[in-house]
Design a protein around this ligand. Structure first.
Ligand SMILES: [Zn+2]
Length: 343
């Protein structure tokens, strides 16, 4: 048996606790004149095994957004422990105010559903992203909860801030190339095929255009020292380094053929190939600001054991603006962010 109680409530009533299955909709008001509605269903779940313990069955509350609606700037919607807020296919849920997802509560943005955040999402519970999440410039997500990306990082457009922990989808291999949530990963563990990237040119267009934009905005020269490198060129380089240096040192600064990000057209070496580059005004700017243009410093300082490479303040990796911002906000290396092994 499923009791199904449907309350069409005024938005202002949303902050009121939705009671258990026995609550009567005594406060439900006529909906005339209200354009943005949320449908709240409280569902008494049947017991998992038998129906004769109905009285003791746990009560789960669901809040369902099935059409466009907005939480206004002064309003707070709380998702309590045991509750789930569903954002359904085709619905656009705009948050100008606050959504407070408490520990034990969950938000599910279903395929085709949209959450547009201009305000705050306090995420101490869980958020499952199967649809689209737009974090606008003033939007922010924080809290001790977990944001799980089910499909692709392209499902997030982050112009604001996301400080919640993000769980990436599992790696997927396609034609010998590994992607995590649509992000191509190359490191000491993951490689690309020998013939990969030949058609890419110096770097991919988006990355090159972002470099031009950085130069234009800052006036810095930001010279491109190295972009695309073929498998053959990487072989020559690696072999050469091994002739002049100890192998153990070489593998900390040069990738084995097939394992270089430069073969993907997504990486660039900028400025000077020296750790001192970060002490120049230009190099410092690059470290602090490249994420705004879609890049991350791929091998950060003190992360040698996490990336497998020495610190390289000159090596930037294109991720696109939104994903670069998410990685930067996380304070993690790309491997940690994507949940993959570095070697
Ligand atoms: Zn490089």
């Amino acid at each position: 048996m499923k009791r199904y109680l449907k309350i069409c409530a005024l938005l202002s009533a949303l902050t009121v606790t939705v009671c258990g299955c026995d609550a009567q909709p005594t406060n439900s008001r006529p909906t005339s004149g209200v354009s943005s509605l949320i449908v709240i269903n409280t569902v008494s779940e049947p017991s998992s095994s038998s129906s004769d313990v109905q009285a003791n069955a746990p009560v789960r509350s669901d809040k369902i957004v099935s059409e466009d609606m907005t939480i206004a700037a002064a309003e707070t919607l709380t998702v309590k422990s045991g509750e789930t807020l569903y954002i359904r296919d085709g619905a656009e849920f705009t948050v100008d105010g606050t959504v407070n997802c408490e520990r034990g509560g969950s938000i599910k943005i279903q395929s085709g559903g949209n959450l547009l955040l201009n305000g705050k999402l306090i995420l101490d519970g869980s958020l499952e992203l199967g649809g689209f999440l737009g974090i606008r410039e003033k939007g922010e997500i924080y809290g001790a909860g977990l944001l799980t990306v089910l499909n692709s990082f392209e499902d997030i457009n982050c112009e604001g801030t996301c400080l919640a922990k993000i769980k990436a989808p599992a790696p997927v291999e396609k034609d010998g190339v590994t992607y995590v949530g649509g992000v191509l990963i190359v490191n000491k563990k993951y490689s690309v095929p020998e013939d990969y990237g030949a058609e890419l040119g110096l770097v991919i267009d988006d990355a090159y255009n972002a470099l031009l934009q950085m130069r234009e905005d800052t006036g810095y020269s930001l010279p491109l020292v190295s972009g695309y490198r073929s498998y053959e060129l990487q072989t020559e380089l690696f072999d050469y380094y091994c002739e002049i240096d100890d192998y153990d040192k070489v593998i900390m600064y040069s990738a084995q053929p097939g394992h270089s990000e430069h073969q993907t057209g997504l990486a660039m070496d900028i400025g000077e190939l020296s750790e001192d580059y970060v002490n120049t005004e230009e190099g410092r700017w690059l470290t602090d600001n490249c994420c705004k243009y879609g890049f991350v410093i791929r091998f950060p300082k003190g992360c040698e054991h996490k990336t497998g490479y020495d610190y390289e303040p000159w090596h930037i990796r294109w991720l696109g603006k939104s994903t670069a911002k998410l990685v930067y906000d996380s304070g993690l290396t790309l491997e940690e962010f994507l949940g993959v092994e570095p070697m």
